[in-house]
Design a protein around this ligand. Structure first.
Ligand code: NAD
Ligand code: DAU
Length: 353
């Protein structure tokens, strides 16, 4: 079959990537969607079981740090568009091992940009290089204010500085080589298939296993949470309707102090597990703070709302309830990803906390 567009999605076996891929494969049968993923600890093909046999889906196992391989994939599949999600994404891991973040998030991005530039040349009509980034590039807010697209960059962790660096390089390929790029910077995502090293699935998994719930510092740091399927719909919107050269902030206007969020998960879990109210809260343990822990992130998403008509579809209580149900109903997924390497990571990460 002749496809209308060949799209390369990087990091499609990860948390957000798998939701983006599912949406593209199911909603756009005339697109061929190629998933390039190295299957690191965070990549899991079982996230994609329901679409793996679709006629418009293809998986390529490979590392974006391998420039030759990236070039081969571009020419083999006649790639017209890239949605670039592959990254090392966990702040705590970036504190213990920054080099991998520099390699994947910066060098990997440059390899993809070079392949797009070389393969597309001057034929850039209908081409698009869409780079998925984070609100963490803007640094940390005080009690007031929101990040807009004009907020100066001020990244503070090896993770956020590697993402900031890749954002700058993507923009430089637009200004210098006229490469048709788009970017978006999103707040914290939550939902099904998130690796349980991140706060929400970690707390759910620990309550399930009656383990301590580690809250960094006093739990006063604030994050702005967005349901992952709403992020996927925003990415779809920017990909199809966003302007070349533009950046869009994506967020849920849904700020929570970590401790309040953990309380809410505890209370929902007590209800869903039909256990005594307060049981889960009794597991909360305040532990040593994250080094350089950013106090507050919050996104002003008015540009994407006003220019492209995107808004989150559900409120946080609903999203959190759906998310908890997913983890409770997908025990084998949780057990698989928390065996082996995860156990080692967990004991190192929380040993002195
Ligand atoms: P994730 O860690 O769940 O998944 C990352 C995926 O990339 C995995 O499938 C992994 O195997 C793959 N990958 C890693 N290194 C690779 C390499 N060198 N070559 C090829 N594939 C590689 O990440 P996520 O949470 O789904 O985040 C996806 C993107 O969205 C990232 O760019 C992240 O910076 C950004 N983002 C995440 C959030 C969030 O809350 N999770 C918020 C805003 C932006
Ligand atoms: O803001 C967007 C970013 O959100 C993304 O770019 C990152 O890829 C994603 O990992 C996420 O980063 P955070 O560091 O905010 O997410 P994390 O789930 O690791 O932590 C959320 C908050 O919870 C943060 O303030 C640290 C705190 N925390 C985290 C863990 C793992 C705890 O208190 N205890 C924990 O055990």
């Amino acid at each position: 079959m002749e496809f209308q567009k060949n799209i390369l999605v990087t990091g499609g076996a990860g948390f957000i990537g798998s939701h983006v891929l599912r949406r593209l494969v199911n909603n756009y049968p005339t697109y061929k969607v190629v998933n390039l993923d190295a299957l690191t600890y965070a990549g899991n093909l079982s996230n994609l079981r329901d679409i793996e046999a679709a006629p418009n889906y293809l998986f390529e196992k490979g590392n974006i740090c391998d420039a030759k391989l990236v070039m081969e994939i571009f020419s083999k599949h006649h790639i017209d568009a890239v949605i670039h999600l592959a990254a090392e994404s966990h702040v705590d891991r970036s504190i213990s091992n920054p080099t991998e973040f520099i390699m994947t998030n910066i060098i990997g991005t440059v390899n993809l940009l070079n392949a797009a530039k070389a393969c597309w040349g001057k034929e850039i009509e209908d081409k698009c290089f869409y780079h998925i980034s984070t609100d963490e590039v803007y640094g940390s807010l005080g009690q007031e204010g929101l990040f807009t697209e004009k907020t100066p960059y001020d990244p503070r962790s090896p993770y956020s500085s590697s993402k900031a660096s890749s954002d700058h390089i993507v923009r430089s390929y637009f200004h210098t080589y006229n490469l048709p790029v788009k970017l978006s910077n999103c707040s914290n995502n939550y939902g099904a298939n998130q690796f349980p090293e991140k706060l929400i699935p970690l707390i759910i998994n620990n309550i399930k296993n009656e383990k301590p719930l580690p809250v960094y510092g006093e739990g006063l740091n604030v994050r702005d949470w967005l349901w992952v399927e709403d992020h996927a719909s925003a990415i779809d919107t920017v990909f199809h309707n966003g302007k070349i050269g533009e950046t869009y902030n994506i967020g849920g206007l849904n700020e929570w102090k970590n401790i309040d969020l953990v309380h809410m998960i505890c209370d929902q879990m007590d209800e869903k597990l039909a256990q005594k109210k307060g049981m889960s809260r009794s597991l909360i343990t305040f532990v040593k703070d994250r080094a350089g822990h950013d106090l507050r992130y919050a996104i002003d998403a008015s540009k994407i709302e006003n220019d492209l008509g995107w808004k989150p579809s559900i409120n946080f209580e609903q999203g959190l309830s759906l998310t908890i149900d997913w983890y409770l109903n997908n025990e084998s997924w949780l057990n698989d990803v928390t065996s082996g390497e995860y156990k080692k990571y967990y004991s190192n990460q929380y040993v002195n906390r």
